[in-house]
Design a protein around this ligand. Structure first.
Ligand SMILES: [Zn+2]
Length: 365
């Protein structure tokens, strides 16, 4: 808990339109306003936090239609849906038997092993050493790369399986028709390059080969090309060049929990900042994609607003108009927290998931 947050948890009860009661914890902060929303039949529950003197302020509640504006004590919010950067095609299966066991999700994170930020290009699934890993669909083994390979110097044993899409998708202004499933840190391989695989076939086992602190499957989905934009920048005439970075959120193809229950709270800004927000997601919402404001937009799936030509730039979360501070998250944490720090106060902030669903808060000047 950073000194800037000074949060006290308080249990709040909110009533949904269906009449059920859900209780959740929201930060109780001096001057803070919090927003909670859930699902299409949205529950929106806004509160003003502790007032001067340390006594909690009143709790304002309002139901909201899926696209309805919600009035509350000074914080206008809308639950919305927009076109996603890439349409979900969840016709594939997860590569692990227990896909809910996630230690890192796609996107900005605090990486423990380097004590620094990185933009995580996949999902880390955790389980026991030797857990069978399976093909997400019918496909062909593109490559098998043992520990020490030039292609994946830190990945240990890496397996890549190519899967055709059942129908083309539109991505970065072009039609795409295939994905690559990338399995990293394997203990053992069960297939060889060129093999045809079928959905559910065991292709290897979970391990801790390569640079990792624990047994996990680092799993990526790359769209259309195996070549990162970093590689394409270094080798612009390579046959794999597409002009875009291929890493996308694996949930788009292998599915994942999608509960639409997040909290956005205002927290005290640091010196020199105009606004600071805290985004909190539970394990049902490890699917953030877009942060959109009138000052700038970030889109992690599309690499919008990001410079993916070098890892150093991709992993630098200071975008000038926004500085992201994802807090540490592990396989046992129930909540994923990221702070957003703005040197200039935006007029609005939208945060949307990979399916295009999200929430918009209007921020008075
Ligand atoms: Zn990883």
């Amino acid at each position: 808990m950073g000194s800037r947050t000074r949060s006290l948890s308080a249990a709040r009860a909110c009533r949904t339109r269906r009449g059920t009661i859900r209780t959740h914890a929201v930060p109780s902060l001096r001057g803070c306003r919090s927003l909670f929303y859930a699902g299409a039949l949205a529950l929106v529950c806004a509160c003003e936090g502790a007032r001067a003197g340390g006594v909690d302020g009143g709790l304002a509640e309002a139901g909201a239609a899926a696209d309805g504006a919600v009035g509350d004590a000074g914080l206008a919010a809308t639950v919305l849906r927009r076109e996603p950067a890439l349409a979900a095609m969840p016709v594939f299966d997860p590569p692990v038997p227990r896909p809910e066991r996630i230690s890192s999700t796609f996107g900005p994170r605090w990486k423990f092993s380097i004590s620094d930020y990185d933009l995580h290009p996949g999902i880390d699934y955790v389980d026991a050493l030797g857990t069978p890993l399976t093909a997400i669909g019918d496909g062909t083994v593109e490559g098998v790369y043992p520990t020490g390979s030039a292609q994946f110097p830190e990945g240990g044993n890496v397996l890549v399986v190519r899967h055709p899409l059942p129908a083309p998708l539109w991505f970065h202004g072009r039609s795409v028709d295939r994905i690559f499933a990338v399995y990293v840190h394997l203990d053992a391989f069960a297939v060889a390059a060129g093999d045809t695989v079928t959905r559910g076939q065991v292709v290897g086992t979970m391990g801790r080969s390569g640079v990792t602190d624990y047994v996990q499957l680092h799993f990526e989905i790359r769209v259309q090309t195996m070549c990162s934009l970093q590689f394409q920048t270094l080798a612009p005439t390579a046959s794999c060049v597409t002009g875009f970075d291929p890493h996308v959120h694996p949930f788009l193809f292998v599915g994942g929990r999608d509960e639409d229950a997040i909290t956005i709270a205002e927290i005290p800004p640091a010196p020199g900042e105009a606004l600071a927000l805290r985004y909190t997601a539970g394990r049902g919402d490890l699917d953030l994609d877009v942060i959109d404001t009138d000052l700038g937009t970030l889109g992690f799936v599309e690499r919008r607003g990001l410079d993916a030509t070098t890892l150093a730039r991709l992993d630098d979360f200071d975008y000038g108009w926004l500085r992201l501070d994802p807090r540490p998250f592990t396989s046992i944490d129930e909540r994923l927290v990221m702070e957003l720090h703005f040197p200039t106060r935006p007029r609005y902030v939208e945060m949307r998931d990979v399916y295009g669903k999200g929430v918009r808060v209007e921020l008075a000047r």
